[in-house]
Design a binder for this molecule. Structure first.
Ligand SMILES: [Zn+2]
Length: 299
């Protein structure tokens, strides 16, 4: 027997992009002055939760699925282009986006790996790989390079796909964390990094919240991500490994380090490139994945 269609609630509540289903249902209940638990049961226990929620809200199932990843089926688009979302991919929503939708600052959303900046509000919001609480979010209007870097980051994910871009970004973060903790970045003459440090207040020998340092490094991290992706693809397509690695090191020196010198044998950049020079069986299969992905993108 078909379940009885739920009665529409009087007040319309629009979900945030990537909002968790329970978070949205709590907001829906609060705004309409109705208990949360019955609403949750009505939606969660319905054979087609998107249809139940559509009946309650008046929003179309398609729009609800676009906003609420937990409603997505294999046929529905999801944020970041990936079907499953481990818990660590939950992040605080941009507080300005949340306020615009009548949500409070505790709203949690599922975020794609390449999210770090709310480009709409020019705010540093961090993400799954760059932890930042709602209270730590800040305006980056004074550092437009951050918004530009976010655009480049999304573009990389569009070209190479989210999983490969996420892996390369993870590797770039490890390298940058080593560089900043070992003072290597302070030797950089990159005018962009100096400007960001000055405008965001990152000075040596002073406690600075991690999101500020992450933000200062972010454009360089995205640039390094692109170098890693291209290097891996070249080698996967049969280019000479040593020449490709040497060229990548030269590009990193010119576009990322800019006057700073990488660390010694313990520098993760060396691990990164030596694993390409002497690949393990596991690394080889990763290269195959890159070759397949790059082939798909070129067709
Ligand atoms: Zn926003």
């Amino acid at each position: 027997m078909e379940p009885t269609p739920p009665r529409r609630l009087p007040l319309r509540v629009v979900p945030l992009t990537g909002e968790t289903l329970d978070g949205y249902l709590r907001r829906l209940a609060r705004h309409n002055g109705t208990p949360y638990s019955p609403l949750r049961i009505m939606v969660r226990d319905h054979p087609v939760p998107a249809a139940a929620l559509s009946g309650l809200t008046g929003l179309t199932p398609t729009n609800l699925c676009r906003a609420l990843p937990e409603l997505c089926t294999a046929d529905e688009p999801v944020v970041g282009g990936e079907g499953h979302r481990p818990a660590r991919w939950r992040s605080p929503a941009c507080t300005h986006c949340a306020a615009a939708r009548g949500a409070d600052t505790t709203t949690t959303v599922f975020a794609c790996a390449e999210r770090a900046v709310c480009r709409k509000h020019q705010r540093w919001i961090g993400g799954p790989h760059l932890p930042c609480t709602a209270n730590q979010q800040f305006s980056c209007a004074a550092a437009p390079a951050l918004t530009a870097a976010a655009t480049r980051h999304h573009r990389l994910a569009g070209i190479w796909g989210t999983p490969l871009t996420r892996d390369a970004f993870d590797d770039a973060l490890v390298v940058f964390n080593y560089w900043r903790k070992n003072g290597i970045l302070f030797g950089s003459t990159d005018p962009g990094l100096r400007t960001r440090r000055a405008s965001l207040g990152w000075v040596a020998d002073t406690y600075i919240p991690e999101p500020i340092i992450d933000a200062c490094c972010y454009p360089g991290t995205v640039t390094l991500t692109g170098v890693i992706l291209r290097l891996r693809a070249r080698i996967a397509h049969g280019a000479d490994t040593r020449t490709s690695v040497n060229n990548a090191h030269a590009e990193i020196a010119r576009t990322v380090l800019i006057g700073a010198r990488p660390g010694g044998a313990g520098d993760p950049l060396h691990y990164l490139t030596s694993s390409l020079l002497w690949p393990s069986p596991q690394t080889t299969s990763h290269h195959d994945e890159i070759a397949n992905s790059a082939t798909e993108h070129s067709t």
